[in-house]
Design a protein around this ligand. Sequence first.
Ligand code: SF4
Length: 373
Amino acid sequence: MRDQIKIKDLLSGGRLEDDGLLSLLKNEGNLPEIAEAADGINRRVNSGRVTYVVNRNINFTNVCNLNCKFCGYKRTKGAPDAFLLGYDKILEKISDGMKIGIDEICVTGGINPDLKPDYYFGLLKTIKRSFPRLHIHAFSPQEIYELSRMTGKSREAVISALAEAGLNSMPGTAAEILAEKTRKYICPEKIGSSTWAEIIKTAHKTGIKTSATVLFGHLETESDLVHHLSLIRNIQDETRGFTEFITLPFISSKTPLRKKVAVPFQGNVQRVFKFYSILRLYLDNFKNIQVSWPKIGVENAARSLDYGVNDFGGTLMEENITKSAGGGFGEYLPERAIIEIIKSAGKIPVRRNTLYETGIYEETMPAEKVSSL
Ligand code: SF4
């Protein structure tokens, strides 16, 4: 019979250490006990409140000269469905978003060899000129690396210049799995783990907050996950610059990796729930654990709120990356739908901005809206 791991034993010394994390990840049983412990911590930290953001995604290009095996989004230059958006089109998309009152745009794209640094800086300035109060969450550490290479400037100088041009925060994407052997296999041309970590720490020290992410459910081992999470937790201890942790369950069906991944997570959502719970136990310096509803679907995202998750992500409006990999859970959830989903799960919906500030909404929300929550 499989040994049951006692959560209270693992947490008895205070912090869940890496060997305890490895045991939890390897042990296939005891989900109820892990979930109960995670939910208890989440209730203590977040008091049953579940946050969300009203935002819009903008993918400015799908042309990319890297070849990540988990990606269904990239196109080669000249492909019939390759695109690169001009500033006018991007401003039009933001204007659409303004109709639903977005607070944030999340701007990401492929590593397009035709784009020069001027495109990135000009884009930020153009958006800020038209929408000075909009929070711009843009460009991954991979893009910072490319901009530094193209301009010959240090990464710190690049991030500072982007902030001056209008950048408010960065997605902690391009992390995928921060364990070198698996990383080299699934995204051989991407920056290595140590470069990713160095760019993220530089951003934090420059005053730019980021999210933290993991690509979960592909070829990674439990040891890879320990390596990844340990690196993330150590960075957070040092900088306190991560706003939230986001798990991105791997969607395989339209990606080059699909034949290598024997049991995609879609057939085993309990595994994803267990992972959320373990994150809540291990990432004791993160207040916010976010679910990605386009990856696991709205129903499962609602269930995840009992497994340590306290943030429902955003309205998005447009979602191309998961859809291109074979995801079929939609691209847009209106704010009203998110509020209803959170309430149906027995939690309290709370609107936030990118930096998890909520007060402005609680103070300005009309009385009838508050009473209906
Ligand atoms: S994941 Fe990003 S960097 Fe990798 S191939 Fe796809 S678009 Fe390019």
